[in-house]
Design a binder for this molecule. Structure first.
Ligand SMILES: [Zn+2]
Length: 216
């Protein structure tokens, strides 16, 4: 299954100790009906959006419109960043000699990045679990690689987090919006962004969607 993500206040090496790092490392694996309506309609009916990965049942139209604005701007910013043609994918070289537990956690992650472009350039660090289909992951293969990159790009460009509510809200745990995990948190959570994008791309099966949007 998918790797879980961890966010740390420090980097895996002393080099960037003050900068917030967002990483993903393998663990286990979770949604609902992502609807392109979420992005397509500036004024949406909350009933129409209830199955989406951001709108919990009963969410107000006003809240939903705020979330739509956030998502629309965030994905536009991600596309603009990619179109600049200066996006770097690499491993974090010092981790090749990892020795501390924190370094090993990052080495064994799927990927990590600096939130809100805190590094001054657009880099996603791809680590050893990126190409591994761990048992419990919701997605596999190329679909999962795509999810990971969108997840990290949402951290890097849109400033999302890995929200901890119960446990960290990765899809393997459950990212379905509901009263206990409301839309205001979902719209800040990287894996909600990633699964939404994968679903908008038309590549998610009903089984994958229901697993990811599990209510926890
Ligand atoms: Zn993350």
């Amino acid at each position: 299954m998918l790797g879980a993500c961890v966010r740390s206040a420090s980097t895996p090496t002393p080099r960037d100790g003050q900068r917030a790092v967002v990483g993903c490392y393998p663990r286990r694996s979770p949604v609902r009906h992502y609807s392109q309506k979420v992005l397509a309609s500036p004024v949406a009916d909350s009933a129409d959006l209830s199955p989406a990965p951001f709108a919990h049942p009963g969410a107000s139209t006003g809240d939903i419109n705020v979330w739509i604005t956030t998502l629309l701007q965030g994905f536009k910013d991600i596309i603009a960043m990619l179109n600049r043609g200066q996006f770097v994918l690499t491993d974090w070289v010092p981790l090749r000699n990892a020795s501390t537990q924190q370094e090993l956690d990052f080495l064994n992650s799927e990927a990590f990045t600096f939130r809100s472009q805190g590094e001054g350039m657009d880099v996603v660090y791809v680590e050893s679990s990126f190409f591994v289909d761990h048992p419990g992951n919701v997605l596999a293969g190329q679909k999962n690689w795509t999810r990971i990159l969108i997840h990290e790009l949402s951290h890097l460009v849109a400033g999302t987090r890995d929200i901890v509510n119960g446990r960290t809200r990765y899809a393997w745990y459950g990212i379905g919006p509901h009263a206990g995990y409301p839309g205001g948190q979902c719209v800040q959570n990287a894996d909600n962004w990633a699964f939404f994008a994968v679903d908008c791309g038309g590549t998610m099966t009903d089984s994958e969607r229901s697993t990811a949007l599990r209510i926890v």
